[in-house]
Ligand binder design. Structure first.
Ligand code: PLP
Length: 364
């Protein structure tokens, strides 16, 4: 890794703030801001015609290849460029042939980005949803189970999905919500043996809001229905009514993504790639586990977690604790209805950020 100090220098927010909130949105690197602004300026000065669209397509292809690498995908075309993790999950739940009486198994306290499409499938298609603890979800797959849909890394606790999910019964597809996975912890869709992996561009990849990815295993690419194919999804848009969607994940791309977002997202990714992904991920998880240990030493109840970049601890008044931290320019978050406060620790953070958080917890 280029030195942690060199990586940190890319992120303006860190000059003033102990920013521990990449689980919501990663810090934006200055290079991404500049790349996006350059693109917008060129569009304003030159207009948006062929050259602009060529740059957009080049950036989209480049980002697809980068996202595919992050997930361990065999080919860029196995990855859709979505607008968000949630869009990817909604596309899977609406594209599967789910029928009344089918069961989906999910975990406790999943993010509403997954619960929303699950609840719609229950209401509109009569499926049942079984909710069980994440750590034992692999033991709750039954005869009627048509899908397992859960976090790869749990957003509220930092817990990892059990490895046993890779050995689930054949024929039961697995959708992993990787919003807190991609860019944060090593992801290899082959080792995970999932069928769908949805993730975010704006969190651990530090891109702008409006970018996401959905990996679809080759075995599912023809079976997952693309319900709303329109021109970006068509292999040959000039074929009129005979036009067909791409036979791969591109049939599930977002309807539109701006060149500015794609170009900025590519630049953000490359700031981290230049630092070296292995070092970025191991440094972040190492700092997070130091924080978890120190919180426990100070008497805080730390939520059960895996070797991830999220650390949550119990509070009687999580919203107040988040506000107190913010008064000291330490950014963490709480969750509606849950007792946790969460710090998201990235490779861009340093010991000083951790010390500022620990100090803020002891102040008023
Ligand atoms: C586990 C999890 N899933 C889904 C989401 C929603 O992500 P997006 O905004 O990319 O749809 C989040 C966002 O915090 C999350 O933590």
């Amino acid at each position: 890794m280029s030195s942690p100090v060199a990586l940190r220098a890319h992120f303006p927010v860190l000059e003033t703030t102990a920013y521990l909130n990449a689980g919501t949105c990663g810090p934006l690197p200055a290079a991404a801001l500049q790349a996006g602004a350059d693109s917008a300026l060129a569009a304003a000065e030159e207009g948006r015609s062929t050259a602009y669209y060529e740059r957009l397509v080049e950036a989209r292809d480049g980002l697809r290849a980068r996202y595919a690498e992050r997930l361990g995908a065999a080919a860029p075309e196995d990855v859709a460029i979505t607008s968000s993790t949630s869009e990817g999950m909604a596309r899977v739940l609406t594209g599967l042939d789910l029928r009344s009486g089918d069961e989906i198994v999910t975990a406790d306290d999943e993010h509403p980005g997954l619960l929303g499409p699950l609840s719609a499938a229950r209401r509109l298609r009569g499926i049942t949803v079984k909710v069980v603890p994440l750590r034992v979800i692999d033991q709750h797959i039954g005869r009627r189970t048509k899908l397992v849909a859960c976090s790869h890394v749990h957003w509220a606790t930092g817990e990892l999905a059990p490895e046993g999910l890779a050995n689930r019964p054949a024929g039961v597809p697995l959708l992993l919500d990787g919003a807190q996975g991609a860019g944060a912890v090593p992801v290899d869709v082959g080792t995970l043996r999932c069928d769908f992996y949805a993730a975010a561009g704006q969190k651990w990849l530090c891109g702008p809001i409006g970018l996401g990815m959905l990996w679809i295993s080759p075995a599912w690419q023809e079976r997952l229905m693309a319900h709303m194919p329109t021109y970006p999804h068509l292999a040959d848009p000039s074929a009129g009514l005979d036009a067909r969607p791409w036979p791969d994940a591109r049939a599930h791309d977002a309807f539109a993504t701006s060149a500015e977002a794609l170009i900025a997202g590519r630049a953000s990714h490359d700031v981290l790639a230049d630092a070296g992904w292995d070092s970025v991920m191991s440094r972040a998880a190492g700092l997070a586990s130091d924080l978890a240990g120190e919180l426990a030493d100070r008497g805080h109840t730390v939520a059960p977690r895996g070797h991830t970049t999220l650390v949550s601890w119990r509070s009687d008044d999580p919203a107040e604790m988040v506000e107190r931290c913010a008064r000291h320019r330490v950014i963490v978050r709480s969750f509606p209805g849950l007792p946790w406060v969460r710090a998201s620790v990235g490779a861009w953070n340093d010991r000083g950020d951790i010390d500022r958080l620990l100090a803020a917890l002891g102040q008023s």
